[in-house]
Design a protein around this ligand. Structure first.
Ligand SMILES: *[C@@H]1O[C@H](CO)[C@@H](O)[C@H](O)[C@H]1NC(C)=O
Ligand SMILES: *[C@@H]1O[C@H](CO)[C@@H](O)[C@H](O)[C@H]1NC(C)=O
Ligand SMILES: *[C@@H]1O[C@H](CO)[C@@H](O)[C@H](O)[C@H]1NC(C)=O
Ligand SMILES: *[C@@H]1O[C@H](CO)[C@@H](O)[C@H](O)[C@H]1NC(C)=O
Ligand SMILES: *[C@@H]1O[C@H](CO)[C@@H](O)[C@H](O)[C@H]1NC(C)=O
Ligand SMILES: *[C@@H]1O[C@H](CO)[C@@H](O)[C@H](O)[C@H]1NC(C)=O
Ligand SMILES: *[C@@H]1O[C@H](CO)[C@@H](O)[C@H](O)[C@H]1NC(C)=O
Ligand SMILES: *[C@@H]1O[C@H](CO)[C@@H](O)[C@H](O)[C@H]1NC(C)=O
Ligand SMILES: *[C@@H]1O[C@H](CO)[C@@H](O)[C@H](O)[C@H]1NC(C)=O
Ligand SMILES: *[C@@H]1O[C@H](CO)[C@@H](O)[C@H](O)[C@H]1NC(C)=O
Length: 882
C-alpha cells in the first residue's frame, strides 16, 4: 500500500530561475520576480500587466526621475513574503536599493543577488535567513549598505567580507554568529555604522583595527561574547556618536585618552561588563553627550566634579553597581537636562545640594546603599518632574522637609535605613504615590491620617522607628498590599481590615497594640468569629476546586486510553522531507517495531530509532492523527526552526490515522533518562551548560522565532543531549500538530502531569510563556538537586518544587537541597541557579522572569567571578518568601 515519498528539497528551488534569460521589459522582470514570491496578503496586487498603472507606480517600486524612468529602488519590507528571492530581479539594470526586510524568507544568503550590477543597498534584516556567511560574500563588492541583522546566520564571519570596501553600513546584529572576528576592518574605510550586537556565540576580542575607522559614527557591539580589553586604538574613532559595548565580557580599564577624543559622542555605554579602573574622564568633552552608562562593572576611585559639569546635555547617568568612592560629583544634581541618576551600590559620600532644584527635568534618582551624609534639602521638593527617589541604606539625617512629596508625579519613595528624625510630614500633594518606605529611621510622632487620602498608596513601610499613637482607622480605605509598622511604639486597636489581611509580623514589636491575634486583645473584642467563618468558606471552595480538577484528569485519562487503541497502521501516506532522506514510509513502518522503540513512550506516542538505508540513524515519533486541518503548515512552521538547542525535524509522513515525525537522532538520550539512573553524576559545569542551552532554546522560541512558539511540554524527558551534552528541546508545540483539545487531554493523562505544569494551568485557558518558564524552573531544580521532578519518599510522592520549598525554609536549607554528589567548589553557582529556579517556579506567573532574562542570569553564573548583581538577589529573597 505504501507509496514513495516525494522529496521536497528547499535548495533545489534556487536554481529554477537562472533559466530565464531573454531580454524583457522591466514590468516583465518584476512579474517574474513576483512569481517566485509567496504573497499571502496579496500586497503585490498592483504588480500586474492587466492594469493600466505604469510599473513605476507599483507597490514598493521607485523609478529614477529622469525621462527614461528606470527602476531604481524596490522597497518590499514587512509584507509577510516568503518563497524565493529570485536573481531575475538583477535584470533590472539600474536597481540600486533592494529592501526585503521584515519578511519570512527562509533560505541561505541569496548570493546570486551579487549579479545585480548596480546594487548598493541590500536589506534582508528580520527574515529567516539561515546558514553561514560564505566567503563569496566578497562578490558583493559594490555594496554600500548590507543589512543581514535579525536572522539566523551562524558560523564565523569570513575573511572575504574584507573585500566589501565601499560599505558604509554593515549590520550583522542579532544572529547566531560564532567564533572570532577576522582582522579585516581596516579595509572598511567608508564605514559609518557597524553593528555586530546580540550574537551571543561571537566569542572574540574586539578587533583593534576597528580603531582605524575614523568615519564611524555608530559602533554597536552589545550583548555578544566580546572579551579582553577595549582597544587603545579606539582613540582613532573621532567621528563616533554612539558607542555601545554593554553586556559583554570586557575587562581592563577604559583607555585614558578615550573620552577626550570623542567630541561628537551622544551615547557611551560600557555597562554590564567586568571593566575596572577609574572613571573615563573627558567624556564630557563631548558637549552633546546624552547617555553615560557604566553600570555593573568594577570601576573604582572617585568621579571628579569637573569631569561632569560640562555635560550640559546629559540625560541619563548610570554608574550603579560599581565600587566608586569619594564625594558624589555635586554638579550632576543641577544639570539642566538630567532625567535619570543611578548610583546605587557604590561607596559614594557627600551631600544632596539644595541646587537640585535646578534639575528641572529630573525624574528618577536611585542612590541606595552608599555613604551619603546629608539632609534632604528644601530644593528637593521643588523638582516637579521627580517620580522616583530611592536613597535607602545611607546616612541621611535631619527632618524630612514638609514639601518633600510635592512633585505631582511622585510615585516611589524609599528612605529606609537612614537616620532621619522628626515627624512624618503630611503628604497631600503626591496623589500618585504608590510606595513609601521610611523604615529603620528615628522618626517620631504619629502616622499622619492624611496618608489615607493618597488613592493609589499600596506599599507603606514605617517599621523600626519611634512612631507613637494609634493606627489611623482611615488607612482601611487604602488597598494596601504591604503595611509594616513593626517595632515602633504604636498603641490602641488595630483597624480590622489591616489585621485580617496582613501578616501579624508587620504589627509585632508594638506592645501597646491590641486586637484579635495579637498578644493583647482589646477589652471589647468580639470580631474574631467573622474571620474564622471566612477562612472556613475559603478552604471549602479550595477543596471543591481540587475535586473538580481531579475529576477532569481522570476523565482525560479514560478518553485517552480509548483513543490509544490503534486501528490500522496502513493507509494512504503522504510525506514531506526537509532533508534528503532516502527512505519510504514503508521502510519506516517495517523498522518501527518493539526492538527499535525507546523509552516507555511519551504521552503523545512512542519514539523509534530507525536506521536508514544509508546507515544514518533517525528518531521517528509516532503520533495519533487527530485530523488537524493545518497539519502540513504547522509541521512546516516547526521544521523551519533552526537553533542549536532545538531538535531538527527532518521530515514527516502522515496518513489518516498517524503522523510520523522524523527527527535527528541524538545518541545520549534524554536528560530525564539520565536523571533517573541511580548513578546519575553529571558535573556541575555540564549541568549548567544544559540549563543554558535549554533556556536559550526556549528564549528563541518565545522571542526570536516568527511566529512565536510556546513549547508547552518542557520536561527533562524532552531534553535530548548530543555527544557534547549540548541539549536540544524536542516534542515542542505538539498542540499545533494534534490540535488543542487532543493536546490537553493527552497532557492530562500523563502521570507526572502536575510536576512540570504551572499551577495556573488548571484555571487559565490560555497557554503562556510563563508556563514554559515554570516547567523550565522544574528542570533547573532537577539539575540543581539531582532529584527527579517527581520522586517517591517513604510512600509519599513529592514533587521537587514542593520538596525544595519545604527545605529552604529552614536554616541552611538551601545548602541541603544542592546535589551532594557535586563538590563544594560549585556551591556558589548552584545557589545562584537555585535562586533562578525558584523565581521561575514562582506561584505568581507575573513574577517569573522571561526566558531571555533567565539566559542572561544563567550565563552570568557561568564564571567564577560573579557580578555584583544586587538587584537580582534581593528580588529573589522576596520571591522565596512566597
Ligand atoms: C502579462 O505578461 C506575461 C508575460 O510577462 C504574458 O505572458 C501575459 O500574456 C501578459 N498578460 C496580459 C493580460 O497582457
Ligand atoms: C489578469 O486578467 C485576467 C483576465 O482578465 C484574469 O483572469 C487574471 O486573474 C488577471 N491577473 C491578475 C494578476 O490580475
Ligand atoms: C504615477 O501616478 C501618478 C499619479 O498617481 C502620475 O502622475 C504619474 O505620472 C505616474 N507615473 C508613471 C510613471 O506612470
Ligand atoms: C502578516 O501576517 C500576520 C499574521 O498572519 C498579520 O497579522 C499581519 O497583519 C500581516 N502583515 C501584513 C503587513 O500583511
Ligand atoms: C533595513 O530595514 C529595516 C526595516 O525597515 C530598517 O530598520 C533598517 O534600518 C534597514 N537597514 C538599512 C541598512 O537601511
Ligand atoms: C582589502 O582589500 C584589498 C583589495 O583592495 C584586498 O586585496 C584585501 O584582501 C582586503 N583585505 C582583507 C583583509 O580582506
Ligand atoms: C568571560 O571571560 C572569561 C575569561 O576571560 C571566561 O572564562 C568566561 O567564560 C567568560 N564569560 C562569558 C559569560 O562569556
Ligand atoms: C539614550 O538612552 C535611551 C534609553 O536607553 C535611549 O532611548 C536613547 O536612544 C539613547 N540615546 C542615544 C543618543 O543613544
Ligand atoms: C582601583 O582598583 C585597583 C585594583 O583593582 C587598585 O589598584 C586601585 O588602587 C584602586 N583605585 C582606587 C582609587 O581605589
Ligand atoms: C526611640 O526613643 C527612645 C527614647 O526616646 C530611644 O531610647 C530609642 O533609641 C529610640 N529608638 C529609635 C530607633 O530611634
Amino acid at each position: 500500500m505504501a507509496t514513495t515519498c516525494t522529496f521536497t528539497l528547499f535548495l533545489s528551488l534556487t536554481f529554477s530561475f537562472f533559466i530565464l534569460s531573454c531580454a524583457s521589459s522591466e514590468a516583465d522582470i518584476l512579474l517574474t520576480f513576483k512569481a517566485s514570491i509567496q504573497d499571502p496578503m496579496n500586497h503585490l496586487s498592483s504588480w500586474s500587466n492587466n492594469t493600466s498603472t505604469h510599473h513605476c507606480n507599483w507597490t514598493g517600486v521607485t523609478c529614477t526621475a529622469s525621462l527614461s524612468s528606470t527602476i531604481f529602488s524596490l522597497n518590499l519590507q514587512s509584507l509577510n513574503f516568503s518563497g524565493e528571492i529570485s536573481s531575475s530581479i538583477c535584470k533590472l539594470p539600474s536597481l540600486t536599493h533592494l529592501n526585503l526586510a521584515g519578511n519570512l524568507f527562509n533560505q541561505p544568503i541569496p548570493l546570486h543577488l551579487s549579479q545585480c550590477g548596480s546594487l548598493e543597498t541590500l536589506n534582508l534584516s528580520n527574515n529567516l535567513i539561515w546558514g553561514t556567511i560564505p566567503d563569496q560574500i566578497s562578490q558583493f563588492g559594490s555594496l554600500r549598505a548590507l543589512d543581514f541583522s535579525r536572522n539566523h546566520l551562524e558560523g564565523k564571519i569570513p575573511e572575504g567580507i574584507g573585500s566589501l570596501k565601499n560599505l558604509q553600513v554593515l549590520n550583522l546584529g542579532s544572529n547566531l554568529l560564532s567564533g572570532s572576528i577576522p582582522l579585516v576592518f581596516a579595509n572598511f574605510t567608508e564605514l559609518i555604522v557597524l553593528d555586530l550586537s546580540q550574537n551571543a556565540f561571537l566569542i572574540s576580542e574586539i578587533p583593534s583595527d576597528i580603531g582605524k575607522l575614523y568615519k564611524l559614527e555608530k559602533l554597536l557591539l552589545q550583548s555578544s561574547g566580546f572579551y579582553g580589553s577595549i582597544p587603545e586604538t579606539f582613540v582613532g574613532l573621532v567621528g563616533l556618536a554612539i558607542l555601545d559595548l554593554s553586556q559583554n565580557n570586557l575587562t581592563g580599564g577604559v583607555p585614558q585618552k578615550l573620552g577626550f577624543s570623542f567630541t561628537n559622542l551622544l551615547s557611551f555605554d560600557v555597562s554590564q561588563n567586568k571593566l575596572s579602573g577609574s572613571f573615563p574622564n573627558g567624556v564630557c568633552n563631548a558637549k552633546g553627550l546624552i547617555n553615560l552608562s557604566l553600570y555593573t562593572n568594577f570601576f573604582n576611585g572617585s568621579i571628579p566634579n569637573n569631569s561632569i559639569t560640562d555635560c550640559l546635555n546629559l540625560d541619563r547617568f548610570q554608574v550603579q553597581n560599581n565600587v566608586f568612592s569619594g564625594d558624589f560629583p555635586n554638579g550632576l544634581w543641577s544639570l539642566p537636562k538630567i532625567k535619570l541618576i543611578r548610583a546605587e551600590n557604590n561607596r559614594f559620600s557627600g551631600e544632596i545640594p539644595d541646587t537640585i532644584s535646578l534639575a528641572a527635568q529630573l525624574e528618577q534618582v536611585q542612590i541606595d546603599n552608599n555613604s551619603f551624609t546629608s539632609k534632604i534639602p528644601q530644593g528637593f521638593g521643588m523638582v516637579r518632574s521627580l517620580y522616583r527617589f530611592s536613597a535607602s541604606l545611607n546616612g541621611l539625617y535631619g527632618e524630612i522637609p514638609p514639601n518633600f512629596c510635592d512633585s505631582p508625579v511622585m510615585s516611589i519613595i524609599n528612605l529606609s535605613h537612614n537616620s532621619l528624625s522628626g515627624r512624618i510630614p503630611e503628604l497631600k500633594k503626591c496623589k500618585k504615590l504608590v510606595s513609601l518606605s521610611l523604615a529603620d529611621n528615628s522618626l517620631v510622632g504619629e502616622i499622619p491620617s492624611s496618608l489615607a487620602e493618597l488613592p493609589v498608596l499600596t506599599y507603606l513601610d514605617l517599621s523600626e522607628n519611634n512612631i507613637t499613637g494609634s493606627i489611623p482607622q482611615e488607612l482601611q480605605n487604602l488597598k494596601l498590599a504591604l503595611f509594616n509598622v513593626s517595632f515602633n511604639r504604636l498603641s490602641g486597636r488595630v483597624p480590622f481590615s489591616l489585621i485580617s489581611g496582613l501578616p501579624a509580623s508587620f504589627l509585632q514589636g508594638n506592645p501597646g497594640l491590641c486586637g484579635p491575634g495579637l498578644p493583647n486583645s482589646c477589652s471589647d473584642d468580639n470580631q474574631s468569629h467573622k474571620m474564622v467563618g471566612l477562612s472556613k468558606l475559603v478552604s471549602a471552595l479550595i477543596s471543591i476546586a481540587l475535586a473538580v480538577g481531579i475529576l477532569i484528569i481522570v476523565a482525560g485519562i479514560y478518553v485517552m486510553r480509548r483513543y490509544t487503541k490503534w486501528k490500522s497502521q496502513m493507509g494512504i501516506w503522504r510525506s514531506i522531507f526537509f532533508y534528503p532522506l532516502r527512505v519510504t514510509e514503508h521502510d519506516l513502518i517495517v523498522a518501527m517495531d518493539e526492538k527499535s522503540a525507546v523509552g516507555n513512550g511519551g504521552v503523545f506516542g512512542r519514539v523509534y530509532i530507525v536506521s536508514l538505508p544509508s546507515g544514518e540513524l533517525v528518531a521517528v515519533k509516532k503520533i495519533l492523527n487527530f485530523g488537524s486541518q493545518s497539519l502540513r503548515a504547522e509541521i512546516k512552521t516547526l521544521a523551519k526552526i533552526r537553533h542549536k538547542n532545538i531538535i531538527k525535524i527532518l521530515g514527516f509522513c502522515h496518513s489518516d490515522d498517524a503522523i510520523f515525525l522524523i527527527y535527528e537522532y541524538l545518541q545520549k538520550g534524554s536528560l530525564g533518562d539520565l536523571i533517573c539512573r541511580p548513578d546519575f553524576e553529571l558535573p556541575w559545569s555540564v549541568r549548567l551548560k544544559i540549563a543554558i542551552g535549554v533556556a536559550q532554546g526556549l528564549a528563541y522560541l518565545h522571542k526570536d522565532y516568527v511566529p512565536h512558539i510556546l513549547h508547552r511540554d518542557v520536561k527533562s524527558r524532552n531534553i535530548l543531549l548530543d555527544s557534547d551534552f549540548e541539549p536540544k528541546l524536542t516534542d515542542l508545540a505538539l498542540d499545533r500538530i494534534v490540535g488543542e483539545t487532543a493536546f490537553q487531554s493527552s497532557l492530562a493523562s500523563e502521570s507526572s502531569f502536575s510536576c512540570y505544569t504551572a499551577p495556573e494551568y488548571g484555571y487559565s485557558k490560555k497557554a503562556t510563556e510563563q508556563m514554559d518558564t515554570y516547567s523550565f524552573g522544574v528542570v533547573l531544580l532537577e539539575l540543581v538537586t539531582g532529584r527527579q521532578a517527581e520522586q517517591t519518599e517513604s510512600g509519599d510522592s513529592l514533587d521537587v518544587v514542593k520538596w525544595v520549598r519545604r527545605k529552604i525554609n529552614i536554616t541552611n536549607g538551601a545548602l541541603q537541597v544542592l546535589d551532594s554528589k557535586i563538590s563544594d567548589n560549585s556551591q556558589h553557582e548552584m545557589l545562584g541557579a537555585l535562586e533562578i529556579a525558584l523565581r521561575c517556579t514562582s506561584v505568581m506567573p507575573e513574577k517569573r522572569p522571561s526566558m531571555t532574562e533567565v539566559v542572561r542570569a544563567l550565563r552570568s553564573l557561568d564564571s567564577k567571578t560573579s557580578l555584583p548583581n544586587i538587584e537580582f538577589s534581593t528580588d529573589v529573597q522576596h520571591q522565596s518568601e512566597l
